[in-house]
Design a protein around this ligand. Sequence first.
Ligand SMILES: [Zn+2]
Length: 92
Amino acid sequence: MDFTHTWLPCGGERHAYPGEKRADGKEVTTYCGLVVSVTTYGDPRMPERLWPECDTCREKAAECADRRERAVREMRRTLHAYGDRPPCRRGY
Ligand SMILES: [Zn+2]
């Protein structure tokens, strides 16, 4: 299960692939099934930053972000805090 995704520009649209950013030139499969070699967004003024998001990739990236948010919430909810009873004492 992926909790991170990375966007990359390709063919006039921005696509996303699961996981952390890979090295430039590495081939990745985007959420919508394209096999693309990784490129980094260059200059902040480069037009590809403004390319529209691919619909499939946007949906999958949003699901990925939701999964991460739920996981973080669950982790915080179950994290022991100072003053909690240690789990070994439960029931006493
Ligand atoms: Zn896509």
